[in-house]
Design a protein around this ligand. Structure first.
Ligand code: MRU
Length: 349
């Protein structure tokens, strides 16, 4: 496990994509190698790779594999093959906007290209650059966010918005890492995050590995810890942020935000500009519904009666009035968000 800090969650090497298989964590650190874009689509669908920025970069790498797999003789044929691959990759997970963003970045590069071989090379270069940029963006975001946290803070986080949800370093956990690197002594409370347990399997694993003081709680203990003064700030990631400041993130985020409001605890979001969707309205966003077995089983063990009806949304929406600030690589947006988000994007043009 010591090697984890040397690894990227997703990486391009020798014309193949290498990923940490997150379904195996925390028990085994297994690397998988893919050379077919259909394998990348399955990996995204089955949560081998997950987290909004990580699936954005994975989608881009998927298109790079599709370009290498293509036997097209003309630019038009290559674009046709890429469009087909883009559709397969896009349909894997609907909520995190970073996936569509990553695919679009690559299609734009392909459309601007001239010859087949030039397009293939520039797609690979662009996807590799996106992976490198992701780490730099997270480190800048971390620094921007670290000023909001104080020595002796106990910070709650939900799901995994860490190195494993990005190429490396993380968004919400990047802010926590940067706060610690700035010399502040902090503690973290990680929610378990049922049903897929990204909090216990991934966040607790990552923070413990880095020597950050982390306590794991069941999701049902959020109210208890807040009511008993055990938490004084919250930071989570995001899968999609609208121009109004509505935030879509892992199921349960809304409950954490409501409880934080009730207890007067600042509730922050940390996400890159690629997570913003400035066009959609709240009702346009598709919430992924996942398999019932995630709820009726813990691992392979059945924990509910056969045939039970299940509602298993993967994400929920937190309204802007519950959010104290949105930390990005371009600065921190504060309410009213329609204005502050617009300013962030104008300044970053
Ligand atoms: O279903 P997941 O594990 O892909 O959900 C991940 C989250 O909800 C994260 O909080 C979000 O993607 C932000 S990751 C930096």
């Amino acid at each position: 496990m010591e090697k984890a800090d040397l690894l990227r969650t997703v990486e391009w090497k020798n014309n193949a994509v290498i990923m940490i298989d997150q379904t195996k964590l925390p028990n085994e650190l297994v690397l998988v190698t893919y050379t077919d874009y259909n394998q990348i689509a399955s990996a995204i669908r089955n949560l081998v790779v997950r987290g909004a920025p990580a699936i954005g970069v994975s989608g881009a790498f998927g298109l790079a594999l599709a370009a290498l797999q293509s036997n097209a003789g003309t630019k038009e044929e290559l674009i046709g093959d890429l469009e087909a691959a883009k559709k397969t990759l896009f349909e894997t997970r609907p909520t995190a906007v970073n996936l569509a963003w990553g695919l679009e970045q690559i299609m734009n590069v392909a459309k601007k290209g001239t010859t087949v071989s030039q397009i293939k090379n520039s797609i690979i270069d662009t996807a590799k650059q996106m992976a490198d940029d992701d780490i730099k963006i997270n480190m800048t975001m971390g620094k921007n966010g670290s000023v909001l946290f104080d020595d002796k803070d106990t910070i709650m986080t939900h799901c995994n918005a860490g190195a494993l949800a990005t190429v490396a370093y993380g968004t919400a956990l990047g802010v926590i890492r940067a706060t610690r690197e700035s010399g502040k002594n902090i503690k973290v409370i990680a929610t378990e995050t049922r049903p897929v347990q990204q909090g216990s399997r991934l966040t607790a694993f990552e923070l413990k590995h880095d020597g950050i003081d982390v306590s794991l709680i069941p999701d049902t203990a959020v109210g208890y810890t807040m009511a008993n003064g055990l938490v004084n700030k919250v930071v989570v990631g995001a899968d999609r942020i609208l121009r109004t400041g509505h935030v879509f993130n892992k199921i349960g985020t809304y409950q954490v935000a409501l409880l934080a409001k009730q207890h007067g605890i600042p509730f922050y979001i940390a996400a890159p500009l690629s997570t913003f969707d400035l066009k959609s309205n709240p009702q346009d966003v598709v919430i992924e519904q996942r398999n019932a077995s995630e709820v009726t089983q813990v691992g392979d063990r059945k924990t509910a009666p056969d045939g039970i009806n299940v509602i298993n949304p993967a994400f929920d929406m937190t309204p802007p009035e519950l959010i104290s600030g949105i930390i990005t690589e371009a600065g921190v947006a504060r309410p009213p968000y329609e204005e502050s988000i617009k300013k962030l994007f104008q300044a970053n043009k």
